[in-house]
Design a protein around this ligand. Structure first.
Ligand code: NI
Length: 253
């Protein structure tokens, strides 16, 4: 069944129908969802959702745009959450030079500290990188060796994807691969072995064609799997099955 490795059902866009939508997931072919925290409050909500739905798990971490809220006290709170039963990863963490909400130094500092947190607590990581490919890769190379993880919503070159695979990471692919202007990601999906790919929504954002621009949800991952299958010349079922195995391996669920 479909394994959505990166979703944000805590988002306000799901306030009107969250329970109904999530209850319908098994019938839509979705077997497992990891709800990823981006802010401290998002982490709390992610853990609540994991407590409410048996097939939902939580990742806890602070997104680069939100690291201004981290201090010793909130960081130790975050560390405590890592030991909660349904918390399966530290994420999403990384660098975002597109929104540039916080200084690069502060982003890097908390990125490295959260990578160390993952190592200490034995959890994999979920990595966010936007317009910061070089710095993200350098930090991962220096600080993430041996930590399993996913580079979420991968947007880099095929060469960079290959480098991450060499380091042992999985490449997270979502709706963008179905876009007409998603050429670079199509190339990545074609060349990276299926054994290193995981599927994701990043919902409510980045809905695949034919829902581009609409609110995204885990059931739409089928369109992502179909496109990867087309690019690789294999069946959609094989893509869904293998990526589920990959996701189970990295998140250990
Ligand atoms: Ni996200």
């Amino acid at each position: 069944m479909i394994f959505d490795t990166h979703a944000h059902y805590d988002d306000r866009q799901f306030d009107t129908d969250r329970t109904e939508l999530l209850n319908g997931m098994p019938d839509a072919g979705v077997g497992t969802i990891v709800n990823v925290g981006a802010s401290l409050n998002g982490c709390r909500r992610a853990m609540e959702l994991a407590g409410e739905f048996p097939f939902v798990y939580a990742a806890v971490g602070v997104h680069p745009d939100e690291v201004g809220f981290l201090n010793e006290e909130t960081f130790s709170q975050l560390e405590g959450w890592c030991y909660e039963e349904k918390v399966v990863a530290v994420g999403e963490i990384g660098l975002d030079y597109y929104w540039d909400t916080e200084s690069h130094d502060l982003q890097k500092e908390w990125f490295i500290r959260q990578l160390d947190l993952a190592r200490r607590t034995g959890l994999p990581v979920n990595i966010h990188s936007r317009d910061a490919a070089e710095d993200t890769f350098r930090i991962m190379k220096e600080h993430a060796e041996g930590i399993p993880g996913i580079v979420h919503c991968f947007s880099g070159s095929r060469e960079l994807a290959a480098e991450y695979v060499k380091l042992g990471f999985y490449i997270g692919i979502g709706g963008v691969v179905t876009f007409k202007n998603g050429k670079k990601l199509k190339q990545v999906a074609r060349e990276i072995p299926l054994s290193r790919i995981v599927l994701e929504t990043d919902c409510p954002y980045l809905a695949p064609e034919p829902y581009r621009g609409k609110r995204n949800q885990s059931g739409y991952i089928r369109y992502v799997a179909e496109e990867i299958a087309r690019l690789k010349g294999i069946s959609c079922e094989e893509v869904i099955e293998q990526t589920e195995l990959n996701a189970r391996e990295v998140y250990r669920v």
